[in-house]
Write a protein that binds this ligand. Sequence first.
Ligand code: TXA
Ligand code: MG
Length: 337
Amino acid sequence: MDTVWMKEEEIYKAAELLIRGEVVSFPTETVYGLGADATNDAAVKKIYAAKGRPSDNPLIIHIANLAQVSEYAQDISEKARIVMEKFWPGPCTIVLRKKGPLAETVTAGLDTVGIRMPDHPIALKLIEISGIPLAAPSANSSGRPSPTSAEHVYHDLNGKIAGIIDGGETGIGLESTVLDLSDSSKPVILRPGGISKEELEAVIGPVMFKPELSNQTDVPMAPGMKYTHYSPSEPVVIVAENGIGWEKAIRYYENKGEVIGLLASEEIIKEFKPAHNCSFSLGKKRDTASASKRLFKGLRYFEETKATVILAESYSRIGIGEAYMNRLEKAAGNKVI
Ligand code: TXA
Ligand code: MG
């Protein structure tokens, strides 16, 4: 299949493809999504096939107006209403009890559905003019870093999907927070993301975060979180704040004959740049928003270089820093030095 590269002006062409049951990638404020008609089972199956995604990992439904929520979800609590009011459109996916005409494969057999309203003009317009809710995971091949540009999508999925709308680089760069409100007495963050725990707690009170609950068996999971994720082709190692430090870490890998790629802040790169000049800047030190925006691009960057190992900087877990560290730890398979 030829993958059609579309500019924003060709959004009607993209909507037509979606209505016909084809799969199209589009930009959101977080990462690029791979969309299909969430009410068409055959169309949704094409998403799983193109990504090579395990069929037990459910997809998020993207909507463009609040009225659509009650078409696909039920038992919508006051807390859910408050989160929608406060954070939509925006990077927060809300898991609710599902209802209505959703394709079975979208929710992978669960009785809940994840819904979000993306904060991106192209995404919103595409959902509006196609008139359908869009099931959309991140538009990467399963297991790879999520795409923050149309080129990343093309690299992974060219020939496997009908089209891509090029909307430039995405703003946030990490995926949405997934907040389970299917039991409103027990809000749980299943995946940290663009909206922090602190921001959520300011409007709905205590919110649990899955890692704090790892020994409780009755806590729901985002099924996707158990799979390998965000992995570039080279191994990634996190240089910990309180570990042996950059100098020793670099020497250790150089002595092993590795070619090091530095994925770090400007300041660290300036201080420790390896001789062969292989580095990707995450921005200024302690700027977690910049690091989050650039992380996935950086992980992909080293695939075009001679680097055989990526040493990556850790950031504090405040605000979006929690999501940054969550993705980096997965990319590194928790390898820390
Ligand atoms: O920012 C984002 O959320 C991006 C853009 C494209 O919107 N989408 C995205 O989708 O990251 P995906 O499929 O890569 O990740 C969705 C996550 C997975 O971990 C999945 O298991 C979880 O959300 N999820 C979806 N529906 C769920 C449900 N009903 N219950 C629990 N977890 C769910
Ligand atoms: Mg994904």
